[in-house]
Design a protein around this ligand. Structure first.
Ligand code: AMP
Ligand code: TRP
Length: 335
């Protein structure tokens, strides 16, 4: 690991299968960054239990998420891939930061407000302090940059505020992280309702494409995607459905929006959707194949998360030791 490189930290919850939104909004960018930065990519299982999960399913999802990271092109030789609960410093720093976070700050979080509506029967404190744990994740590694989708922007601001608050109250301890949010692709919308984000918790499964969807499912979902009656492949805010489909096309192929507009000038939605389905199918094919292969090699995956935790632990402990000292905890003595 090259210590001169800047540090990246990011994570995804093992709370279901990955969608095309997760891939294009977050993970695809991670792949681009892996050569230039020293990257930590985490499977945030502590976050996942803010919404109750069956233990067996959580374990399965966590391993699948690790396989998905690698299948998407994240090289375990170049990056530190690990499971959040394996490094206890996350929960420990989270406590310290909890004691410096204001209720009012957390009350403003839109993700909390949305999740609170959905989980009224189980409005647990973890859901409320979720952004504090996320700040701990990031700050432990002195991350410079955090590549996420647009929906995490507000959480990143809390992480920055907490870093500054701690640094001001004690002394310089944490790097203040910057968000890394791309212009195109950071907000992939539902195929059924282009005003809300593509999410695996959508009740209508035609709203999202999963990374592991079979080709015929992808074709069907794209065909059914909501558009309008203009029949013009043009990128604007009057045609949100087609705008979203063009974003997907552009993010996968790397073609610019202008190129796509001129390619489909005079051609209708039928042809565009047919081509888009092909683009997605071909884009995801290698991911699906690699995923299937990896899931048959559990020993390989175990080895990766084991080594990942060892590396992550060292960095995280170093930061946590500093924090404990500054806060005024007596350092533990060992015989
Ligand atoms: P989550 O599945 O909510 O844990 O999100 C994991 C990562 O994917 C985060 O960086 C999100 O910002 C990103 N993400 C999730 N849904 C979308 C979407 N529809 N468009 C773009 N990015 C997304
Ligand atoms: N909250 C993020 C999400 O739902 C996941 C996450 C947890 C994360 N800790 C993080 C993302 C640290 C980036 C950095 O998508």
């Amino acid at each position: 690991m090259n210590m001169d490189k800047k540090v990246i930290f990011s994570g995804v919850q093992p709370s279901g299968e990955l969608t095309l939104g997760n891939y294009l909004g977050a993970i695809k960018n991670w792949v681009k960054l892996q050569d230039e930065y020293n990257c930590y990519y985490c499977i945030v299982d502590l976050h996942a239990i803010t919404v109750p999960k069956e233990a067996k399913i959580l374990r399965k999802r966590s391993l699948e998420l690790l396989a998905s990271y690698i299948a998407c092109g994240i090289d375990p030789e170049k990056n530190t891939l690990f499971i959040q609960s394996h490094v206890s410093a996350h929960a420990e720093l989270s406590w310290v930061l909890n004691c410096m976070t204001y209720m009012g700050e957390l009350n403003r979080m839109t993700q909390f407000k949305e999740k609170a509506k959905k989980n009224e029967a189980n409005l647990n404190a973890g859901l409320f302090t979720y952004p504090v744990l996320m700040a701990a994740d990031i700050l432990l590694y002195q991350a410079d940059l955090v590549p996420v989708g647009h929906d995490q922007k507000q959480h990143l601001e809390i992480a920055r505020d907490l870093a500054n608050r701690f640094n001001n109250r004690y002394s310089e301890t944490f790097k203040v992280p910057d968000p890394y949010i791309t212009k195109v692709g950071a907000r992939i919308m539902s195929l059924q309702d282009p005003t809300s984000k593509m999410s695996k918790s959508d009740e209508n499964d035609n709203g999202y494409i999963l990374l592991l969807d079979k080709p015929d499912a992808i074709t069907r979902k794209i065909k059914r995607a909501v558009t309008d009656s203009e029949n013009l492949v043009k990128y604007n805010d009057e045609q949100l459905g087609i705008k979203n489909l063009m974003t997907i096309y552009s993010t996968i192929t790397g073609e610019s929006i202008e190129e796509i507009e001129s390619k489909y000038e005079g051609k209708g939605y039928g042809q565009f959707k047919g081509d888009l389905a092909e683009v997605i199918i071909e884009g995801l094919r290698p991911v699906r194949e690699k995923f299937d292969y990896l899931m048959k090699n559990k020993d390989y995956l175990e080895n990766i998360y084991m080594e990942g935790a060892n590396i992550a632990e060292k960095t995280a402990r170093k930061t946590l030791r500093k924090v404990y000292k500054k806060v005024g905890f007596i350092p533990r003595k060992f015989k």
